[in-house]
Ligand binder design. Structure first.
Ligand SMILES: [Fe+2]
Ligand SMILES: [Fe+2]
Length: 184
């Protein structure tokens, strides 16, 4: 991962990466072979790659909002087996539940229309309404790219040091990643 991208990830995502919600997301399986947190990191990495490409052709992107949306777009999936009756219900409802998590994490003042619409519509085209902003189109594209790469055993997040991310957590001193149900 280029240094420039790593800087963006920590600049805009550090508080989220260090939150209890994100830490717990390392314990929730996703796409059978991943955790919600690893998948979200992979989606964020792909989003930031797309941003760098678009920057080169002078297309501006709200990088902060996109980083927040990417890291949090699936946090609503946490507890899916207790909350949702089946995968169809999970597909339709987890984006809205993710928005509740984002409000909790960043507060109403930092919450934006771009974050709201991008996360709400990230399941498009599986859900009928497309995203309204380019950040949302980037997110939904990165979500699919990352999911395919995960299935191929080549997660975009594999170059990230999970331990350094976990160390951002305020509760880090009291737990070890071995306490979590992580894939090897
Ligand atoms: Fe999702
Ligand atoms: Fe996702």
């Amino acid at each position: 991962m280029p240094l420039q991208m790593r800087r963006l990830l920590y600049k805009y995502g550090e508080d989220i990466l260090g939150s209890d919600q994100f830490r717990q997301a390392f314990g929730q399986t996703h796409h059978k072979c991943m955790t919600v947190a690893d998948h979200s990191l992979g989606v964020c990495v792909v989003c930031l790659y797309i941003c760098l490409v678009l920057e080169k052709i002078h297309i501006s992107v709200h990088v902060r909002d996109l980083t927040v949306a990417a890291l949090c777009h699936d946090l609503g999936i946490m507890g899916r087996y207790e909350k949702y009756r089946n995968n169809i219900e999970c597909c339709g409802r987890h984006p809205v539940d993710s928005l509740d998590c984002i409000r909790d994490l960043i507060g109403e003042e930092e919450y934006s229309d771009i974050i709201e619409n991008s996360v709400r519509r990230h399941m498009w085209p599986l859900t009928p309404v497309p995203p309204r902003y380019r950040e949302g189109l980037i997110l939904t594209t990165a979500d699919k790219v990352s999911a395919v790469m995960e299935r191929l055993g080549r997660s975009p997040a594999r170059g990230l040091d999970r331990e350094s991310i976990l160390r951002l957590s305020p509760a880090a001193e009291s737990f070890s990643s071995e306490d979590l149900d992580l894939p090897v």
